[in-house]
Design a protein around this ligand. Structure first.
Ligand SMILES: Nc1ncnc2c1ncn2[C@@H]1O[C@H](COP(=O)(O)OP(=O)(O)OP(=O)(O)O)[C@@H](O)[C@H]1O
Ligand SMILES: [Mg+2]
Length: 219
């Protein structure tokens, strides 16, 4: 078997005296969609931030394609493993400003057509390109933020309750896009959710309870 794209090895996280994650171990294979769930405050977001290299574990280690995260340059790593959180903020200008930003930081010319194709993929009309962010609904902002994360495709997408505040239609649009990326580009996805319908459709569910992992295997 190919080596896992992510290997979480006995990871613990302490903030002061408080243990937030304890002895978490699991592997994720390339192309998998893993759903993470568990009670509020159990440590799910902390785990995802550790995986996204936004914070460092206080115990154990994480391997990305067999290499310890300590040895990966965090900026390079975050291009490959992209953390996307609920209510991701857009800058307060236009959709265009937000969607050309990923090109600017890479010193590349924006590909206007590609951006507009992505707008279509998330069911927004091309004319939204020039729209002010202040004129967007919550669900539209969330979709634009997702496009911003996906213009340069990461290898792993870490999604922290990205659909929790959205209605059924917005949820469906985002699920369709994620599934499509997973199938077409073999993007690996780890997603936190409380949503029953997302959980019932999940291939693999990891439950975090009180900072510890319980994996539910299919019968
Ligand atoms: N840096 C920190 N310092 C101290 N406590 C923290 C820190 N980060 C998280 N916590 C605490 O750790 C626990 C787990 O937080 P986390 O955000 O990971 O939970 P969660 O499972 O994502 O919950 P929710 O479902 O409500 O989003 C909480 O009790 C939180 O208050
Ligand atoms: Mg959380």
């Amino acid at each position: 078997m190919e080596q896992p794209i992510l290997s979480v090895q006995a990871v613990g996280f302490k903030a002061g005296q408080e243990t937030i994650l304890e002895n978490i171990s699991f592997d994720v294979e390339k192309g998998e969609i893993v759903t993470i769930t568990g009670p509020s405050g159990s440590g799910k977001s902390t785990l995802l931030k550790v995986l996204g290299s936004l914070i460092s574990p206080t115990k154990g280690e994480i391997l990305f394609k067999g290499q310890s995260l300590d040895k990966n340059d965090p900026l390079e790593y975050r291009k490959k493993v992209s953390y996307f959180f609920q209510n991701a903020a857009l800058f307060d200008q236009t959709v265009k400003d937000n969607l050309t930003f990923p090109y600017e930081i890479r010193n590349q010319d924006p590909e206007e057509q590609r951006i507009k194709d992505y707008l279509k993929k998330v069911k927004l009309p091309e004319t939204y390109y020039e729209k002010a962010v202040t004129e967007l609904s919550g669900g539209e902002k969330q979709r634009i933020a997702l496009v911003r994360n996906l213009l340069f495709q990461p290898e792993v997408l870490l999604l922290d309750e990205v659909t929790s505040s959205l209605d059924t239609e917005n949820k469906r649009i985002i699920h369709t896009l994620i599934k499509e990326l997973n199938q077409q580009s073999d993007i690996t996805v780890l997603m936190i959710t409380h949503d029953e319908s997302e959980l019932s459709q999940a291939d693999r569910v990891i439950r975090i309870i009180d900072g510890r992992l319980e994996e539910k295997h299919d019968e």
